[in-house]
Design a binder for this molecule. Structure first.
Ligand SMILES: [Zn+2]
Length: 820
C-alpha cells in the first residue's frame, strides 16, 4: 500500500525528506498470553479458494458494443468495440478488457477539482481517447453491458495479455492488492460498488486510472483520498499524480459530502499489543484486535500492516484459525486481509488475534539507538485517526528504556528482557513508541498532574560517523540540550493550554530520534530529531545549520500537534492543512511569548520565512502559493508541480490562515481573548475526533467579530474562498505623509489593493511606528477589489511626527507589498 502522509511531522529541510461481544471483551481485560508462549505452527496464507480463483481468473463471455455509454458518477465512457469479461468467481463477474474505439470524459462536480484537473489537461475537464482499457468492478457493470451489448464475436485483441499487464503493474508499480479489495465484495452477500478503469489513453496518458469506491477510492497512486469515493490519476514515471478526487456527485447535491463521512468498512475499537523487539530491531508481535463492522455482510477485513511484517497465525478469540491473505513478496502487494468464516452484520464485532513479525520495521542504528520506521502500521491497523484504546506490552533488550503512548503501568526485567506495560485512558488516533539506551529528565508542571520527561541517547548512533564533522562529537553530550527541550515542553504546554484549552494527555515524553531531519508527534510522545539535541557548534560541524530557524520551532511545533492532529484529528487529506498549519502557527505563539531578547524580531522573522516559503519557486519553477488551495493537501504533489509543493504550502499557508484570523480578532482592550475563546471552543467541540475545514469555518462564524464579518452576512465565505479554498495573493501599495496640524499631526495616505478579483474583500490593518519598538494599531481599512483608498487620520496629541506609518506590520494579511 502506498505510504500515508499523515505523519504530523516537521521536516528540517527538503533534502532530508525521509520524510465483540461484551462477554468476550471483558474476558480480555486480562492481558492475553505473550506471543512466544503459543506453540502454533505457522499457517499457510492465501489458501482461500475464492481468492485463488480471483488472482488467476481468465476470460469469459464476449460482447460487441456500439455507442454504448457507461456512466460512473462524473465520468462517462463511450464504447465502440469488443468487451471480453472475466469468467465469474463465486457467481460474480469482476472485470473486463475492452478493445476498440473508446472515449472517456470527466467533468468534476466541484470548482476546485475542475481547476486542479486543468493542471493536467489545460481545461476544466478530461477528454481522453483509447483503444484498450481494463476494468475491474464489483458493481452492476456486467448486468448493464449484457443488456445493451451483442453477445459473441471476437475479442479484438489479446485480453489475457491486457489483464496480465495490469496485474503486473498492480504488483510492481502500484503495490496494491486490488484482488483483496475485490474479494471483500465477492465474498459478501451485499451488492458491491467498486469500479476501477485502467485506460491506455492516447492524448493525456497511457497510464490513466479512474476509480470509484463507496468505501473511499482505493490507495492505488501515491496516497489515499478516502473518504472521497472518486479519483482520477496517472501513474507514468514522468507523469504521476492524483488530478481529481471528489465525493459522489449525489453527495454534493444532498449535502452529505464531508471529510468526516464514515465510509470505512470497519472500525477498530481496541488493540492489545504484545510486542517483542530484539537487538537487531526485529519485531515479534501479537495483536488482539477488536474490529467492529460498519457494513452488513462483512466477510473480508483489510488491515494496514508494514510491508516487511509477515503474518504467521491468525485466530479468533477461541483460538480457531482464520484464513488470511498476505502475498509473500514484501516489495510488491503484501497487504494483509483476514477472511471471516461467516458474515458480520453492521455494528457487530469480532476479536482477531494476529501473530506476526519481521525485520526492518525498527532500525537498529547502533550504540543503543533504535529508530521505529513503521509508525502507523507496526501493528495491524486501519488508519491513523481511527480513534481506539490500547493496552501495550513491550519486551526489549534488557536495560534499554521504552517510552510509549499511554500511561506507564509497570516496568520490570525478566531474563534478557526489560518488559513494560502501558494503557490508554482515552481513545487515541494511533499508538507509538520510542526506545533506546536513554537517560531521562523530568519536570512536573505546577498546579497540575502533568509531567514532561525528556529522553536522550547516551551514545550517538553510528549514522553520525557518516558526517564529516563526526570528530567534533568527541564530547557528545545531549544533557544540556535535553534540559532545553524539557523546558520548552513545559513552556509550550502552559502556553497552548492558555490558548487552546487543557492538554489532551497527562504525560508528555520528549524523545530523541535517530533521524536528523524531522520531528514527529504521537499522543503524549514527541520524537525530536537527533540534531535538535546538539548545540549549535556541533550542528554546524556536522553540516546542519539552522535552516529557517528550524531548531527554534521544531519542539513547539511537535508539541502543538498534541492539540492539532491528536486532540482534534482529521479524516481527509483536505483537512490536514489544519494539523500542520495550526502547529506551525502555535510555534509562532511560542516565539512571540518566549523569544523576547530582540523584541518581536524572532516572531517577525518566522512570518517572513513563512512568506518566503510560499513565494519561492521550486525546482519545477512553481511557487507553492500558485499551485492550488491548502485543502488539496498532499494531492498538490505531482511530477508537474513537484512533490515538495505540499510541504512548502500547507505548513506556512495553513499557519497564515490561522494567523490572519487571530490578527482580525485581536483588539487592544481584550487582546487575544476572542481568539482564545474560539480555539478553546473548537478543541472542546471536536475533542478526540476529526474536524473538517467546514467545521472550523462554522466555529469562526459562531465567534465572529466585526472585522471577520467583512462579507457582511455573518459568514466567513469571503475569507475561506480567498485564502482556504482559493489562492488569493493581494498586493498592497501604501504611500503616506504626516502633515502638522494644531495639537498634533494628520496622516494623509493612499492604500492601493491589486492582483485580486472584483469581489475580493480584506480589512487591512494600519499601524504607526512611534519609535523605540512602539507599534500601535490604528484600525483596519476595508479594501474591495482592485482599488485605491485615500486615508486621512487626525493624530491628536502627538507632538512629534511618528517614525513611520505602515500596513501589515505583523504580516497580518498574506499578501505582497509593491510586488514583493
Ligand atoms: Zn507537523
Amino acid at each position: 500500500m502506498p505510504h500515508s502522509h499523515k505523519y504530523f511531522c516537521l521536516l528540517f529541510s527538503l533534502f532530508l525528506s525521509l520524510c465483540s461481544t461484551t462477554a468476550l471483551g471483558q474476558e480480555l481485560e486480562k492481558r492475553p498470553p505473550q506471543a512466544n508462549a503459543i506453540p502454533l505452527l505457522p499457517q499457510e496464507p492465501n489458501t482461500d479458494a475464492t481468492y485463488k480463483a480471483l488472482r488467476k481468473v481468465g476470460p469469459g463471455e464476449i460482447f460487441q458494443l456500439k455507442d454504448v455509454v457507461l456512466k460512473r458518477d462524473a465520468g462517462t465512457f463511450t464504447l465502440n468495440g469488443s468487451l471480453t469479461f472475466l469468467a465469474s468467481v463465486n457467481g460474480k463477474v469482476t472485470g473486463a478488457v475492452f478493445y476498440g474505439k473508446g472515449s472517456f470524459d470527466l467533468v468534476p462536480p466541484i470548482e476546485i477539482e475542475r481547476k486542479n484537473l486543468a493542471l493536467l489537461t489545460k481545461e476544466p475537464a478530461l477528454h481522453e481517447q483509447f483503444d484498450r482499457m481494463v476494468i475491474r468492478f464489483t458493481d452492476g457493470t456486467f448486468d448493464e453491458i449484457k443488456k445493451v451489448g451483442q453477445p459473441g464475436g471476437g475479442s479484438g485483441g489479446d485480453p489475457v495479455d491486457a489483464m496480465d499487464t495490469i496485474n503486473k503493474r498492480l504488483r510492481k508499480d502500484l503495490k496494491y492488492n486490488l484482488h483483496g479489495r475485490i474479494l471483500e465484495d465477492v465474498m459478501s452477500d451485499e451488492p458491491g460498488g467498486l469500479f476501477v478503469a485502467f485506460i491506455d489513453g492516447k492524448k493525456v496518458s497511457s497510464k490513466l486510472l479512474f476509480a470509484l469506491d463507496p468505501h473511499g477510492a482505493p490507495p492505488l497512486v501515491e496516497m489515499s483520498v478516502a473518504p472521497e469515493e472518486v479519483e482520477l490519476a496517472t501513474y507514468e514515471d514522468q507523469k504521476t499524480g492524483i488530478w481529481s478526487a471528489f465525493h459522489l456527485s449525489s453527495e454534493y447535491a444532498d449535502g452529505s459530502a464531508s471529510g468526516t463521512q464514515a465510509n470505512d468498512i470497519v472500525h477498530i475499537d481496541h488493540h492489545f499489543l504484545d510486542t517483542k523487539i530484539d537487538k537487531s530491531g526485529k519485531i515479534d508481535g501479537s495483536a488482539v484486535t477488536t474490529v467492529i463492522s460498519n457494513v452488513d455482510g462483512l466477510r473480508v477485513i483489510p488491515f494496514d500492516l508494514f510491508h516487511t511484517l509477515k503474518v504467521r497465525n491468525v485466530t479468533d478469540v477461541k483460538g480457531e484459525p482464520l484464513s488470511f491473505i498476505q502475498e509473500q513478496n514484501k516489495e510488491e502487494d503484501p497487504d494483509y486481509f483476514v477472511i471471516l468464516p461467516k458474515p458480520l452484520g453492521k455494528g457487530e464485532s469480532i476479536i482477531i488475534k494476529t501473530i506476526y513479525g519481521g525485520p526492518e520495521a525498527v532500525y537498529a542504528a547502533g550504540s543503543g539507538n533504535y529508530y521505529p520506521i513503521a509508525r502507523t502500521n507496526w501493528y495491524p491497523n486501519t488508519r491513523i485517526g481511527d480513534y481506539a484504546t490500547y493496552d501495550l506490552t513491550f519486551r526489549i533488550p534488557r536495560g534499554l528504556k521504552m517510552v510509549a503512548t499511554g500511561i506507564p503501568l509497570r516496568e520490570y526485567d525478566e531474563g534478557g528482557e526489560t518488559i513494560s506495560e502501558w494503557k490508554t485512558t482515552i481513545k487515541q488516533a494511533v499508538a507509538g513508541f520510542n526506545f533506546g539506551d536513554f537517560k531521562s529528565q523530568e519536570v512536573k508542571l505546577d498546579n497540575e498532574a502533568y509531567r514532561v520527561t525528556g529522553y536522550t541517547n547516551v551514545e550517538p548512533p553510528s549514522i553520525l560517523q557518516a558526517y564529516s564533522g563526526y570528530n567534533a562529537l568527541g564530547t557528545f553530550n545531549t544533557t544540556g540540550m535535553m534540559k532545553k527541550a524539557v523546558a520548552e515542553g513545559q513552556l509550550s504546554v502552559q502556553l497552548y493550554t492558555d490558548y487552546f484549552g487543557p492538554a489532551p494527555y497527562k504525560y508528555l515524553a520528549i524523545t530523541q530520534q535517530y533521524a536528523p531531519g524531522y520531528g514527529q508527534s504521537w499522543p503524549g510522545l514527541i520524537y525530536l530529531p537527533l540534531t535538535s539535541f546538539l548545540d549549535s557548534t556541533t550542528r554546524h560541524n556536522l553540516g546542519f545549520d539552522d535552516f529557517h530557524g528550524y531548531f527554534k520551532v521544531v519542539g513547539p511545533h511537535e508539541i502543538a500537534h498534541q492539540w492539532w492532529g491528536h486532540a482534534v484529528g482529521s479524516d481527509s487529506y483536505r483537512d490536514e492543512w489544519m494539523g500542520e498549519g495550526f502547529s506551525d502557527f502555535s510555534a509562532s505563539l511560542f516565539l512571540q511569548s518566549f523569544y523576547r531578547d530582540h523584541g518581536n524580531d524572532d516572531y517577525l522573522d518566522f512570518w517572513k520565512d513563512e512568506h518566503d516559503l510560499l513565494l519561492t519557486k521550486n525546482r519545477e519553477g512553481k511557487r507553492p502559493i500558485d499551485i492550488g488551495p491548502v485543502t488539496l493537501g498532499y494531492r498538490l504533489g505531482s511530477t508537474k508541480a513537484g512533490f515538495d509543493i505540499p510541504r512548502r504550502l500547507i505548513y506556512p499557508k495553513g499557519a497564515y490562515v490561522l494567523h490572519m484570523v487571530r490578527m482580525m480578532m485581536w483588539n487592544p482592550q481584550t487582546e487575544d481573548a476572542d481568539f482564545k475563546a474560539l480555539m478553546k471552543d473548537f478543541v472542546t467541540t471536536y475533542y478526540n475526533r476529526a474536524a473538517t475545514t467546514e467545521d472550523f469555518k462554522a466555529m469562526i462564524e459562531k465567534h465572529i467579530t466585526p472585522p471577520l464579518n467583512a462579507g457582511g452576512d455573518g459568514k466567513l465565505d469571503w475569507f475561506f474562498n480567498e485564502f482556504v479554498y482559493g489562492t488569493a495573493l493581494p498586493d498592497y501599495k501604501f504611500d503616506y505623509k504626516f502633515d502638522p496640524m494644531p495639537g498634533g499631526y494628520t496622516l494623509n495616505a493612499t492604500l492601493t489593493q491589486s492582483n485580486v478579483d472584483e469581489k475580493f474583500v480584506m480589512p487591512v490593518p494600519l499601524y504607526l511606528d512611534l519609535g523605540n519598538n512602539k507599534i500601535v494599531k490604528i484600525g483596519n481599512i476595508k479594501m474591495v477589489g482592485n482599488s485605491s483608498k485615500p486615508i486621512k487620520v487626525p493624530l491628536n496629541g502627538i507632538l512629534e511626527a511618528p517614525k513611520r506609518a505602515l500596513v501589515n506590520y505583523f504580516y497580518d494579511v498574506l499578501s505582497t507589498q509593491n510586488g514583493k
